[in-house]
Design a protein around this ligand. Structure first.
Ligand SMILES: *Cc1c(COP(=O)(O)O)cnc(C)c1O
Length: 381
């Protein structure tokens, strides 16, 4: 699905010395590379505070801890996302409230959020799924009206520009009260192990979170709150600091590959290609609201699992993100949920397929993939 070896080959000459510097100076934990990368990411995102941490799941958990959410507080998030999002809500003994997604964008459905709000609701966690910005103008308006926090799960969306109704653009992860991201190797900005970060423009919250990631310490050996140990190690920061300047280029390359896929598939009656324009209120031309963490098709009347096997036989990797809705997972099932509230997610899990998407795809590979997909569907129609 991703080709990290070819990507590394292009940057080896700068990445290797950056890693070597950490080893030579033995500055493995909280070394200068971590601080340097943090500053560079703050500049890139135009956000006041980036707090690096150990991974994207920790980042979400720490964001929620920083907001002071308490047992029993309800947190609304999407049924169609990676389990980490709901996992940390449950782990903190908050109450997850899963809601359906939009059939076009696959992102959290705004009306479903409105219907799920109760007096106990404290926060909304939109996920910029597959790299497409969620409908942030609407979500922020709902949050304002009901006095809720918005925590953006930006693990798949780093570098995406959300276009507001007035045409102005903001990077995803800088619109809500706080956001989390992941630097897992296959993410759009990936390191060579685990890594993550929290973003916020709120000075006080940033201060709280800096203590939480470091055992609740604001002063050495004074533990004011219950914290965790969650650090981005210096070797990962050394990799990320080299890769950050390439992020926009990497995302452009992904968008170009997506355009070629879409050109091949767009007129097929059984295939729906990813929507690039709905999230930006339809006003940007070269839609950069989507950074294509995944390129995901929705199929109609196609035996999806047979297509997956066929592609694998032809040497084409593909993935099904996500095959089971969160509300049907043993760990997160709840009597409150009605199947009729999850019509879109229930349909998507059976009909989506994600094709290879990374920075090293060439035209020949894309041609081979699109031809193989189309000939399978056409011969089984
Ligand atoms: C990858 C991912 C995470 C978790 O990130 P890790 O660094 O693997 O812990 C959380 N949310 C979403 C939507 C993700 O895709």
């Amino acid at each position: 699905m991703v080709d990290l070896q070819s990507q590394y080959a292009h940057i080896k000459e700068t990445v290797d010395p950056s890693i070597q510097e950490v080893i030579d100076t033995a500055s493995f934990i909280n070394g200068p590379k971590v601080h340097q990368f943090q500053k560079h990411l703050e500049d890139y995102l135009k956000v006041k505070h980036v707090i690096p941490c150990a991974n994207g799941t920790d980042a979400l958990q720490i964001a929620m801890m920083g907001l002071g959410l308490e047992q029993g507080d309800e947190v609304i998030t999407a049924d169609f996302t990676f389990a980490a999002t709901v996992e940390v809500i449950a782990l903190l003994k908050l109450t997850p409230v899963l809601v359906d997604v939009d059939p076009v964008t696959f992102n959290i459905d705004v009306d479903a959020i409105k219907n799920a709000i109760t007096p106990k609701t404290k926060a909304i966690v939109p996920v910029h799924l597959f790299g497409l910005a969620a409908n942030m103008d609407e979500i922020m308006a709902i949050a304002k009206e009901h006095n809720l926090y918005v925590i953006e799960d930006n693990a798949q969306g780093i570098g995406a520009n959300y276009t507001h109704k007035d045409g102005s653009k903001t990077k995803t992860g800088v619109i809500g009260h706080v956001a989390s991201t992941s630097f897992f190797p296959s993410k759009n900005l990936g390191c060579y192990g685990d890594g993550g970060a929290i973003f916020t423009n709120d000075d006080e919250l940033a201060h709280t979170i800096r203590g939480i990631v470091n055992h609740g310490m604001y002063q050495r050996y004074h533990h004011d709150v219950v914290g965790v140990n969650s650090r981005l190690d210096s070797i990962q920061a050394a990799v990320l600091d080299v890769k950050l300047p390439y992020l926009d280029r990497y995302n452009d390359t992904r968008r170009n590959a997506a355009r070629k896929y879409t050109k091949a598939f767009k007129d097929h009656p059984q295939i729906t290609t990813p929507s690039g324009r709905t999230a930006c209120n339809g006003i940007c031309d070269t839609c950069d609201c989507h950074v294509f963490h995944q390129y995901t098709l929705k199929l109609e009347g196609v035996d999806r699992d047979a297509l997956v096997s066929h592609l694998n036989e032809k040497g084409i990797p593909c993935g099904v993100y996500y095959p089971i809705p969160l509300h049907k997972q043993k760990a997160y099932a709840d009597e409150r949920y009605n199947e009729s509230d999850f019509e879109v997610t229930n349909h998507l899990v059976d009909n989506v397929i994600s094709l290879p998407m990374h920075t090293e795809l060439d035209d020949e590979q894309i041609d081979y993939i699109t031809t193989t997909v189309l000939s399978f569907i056409n011969s089984n129609a």
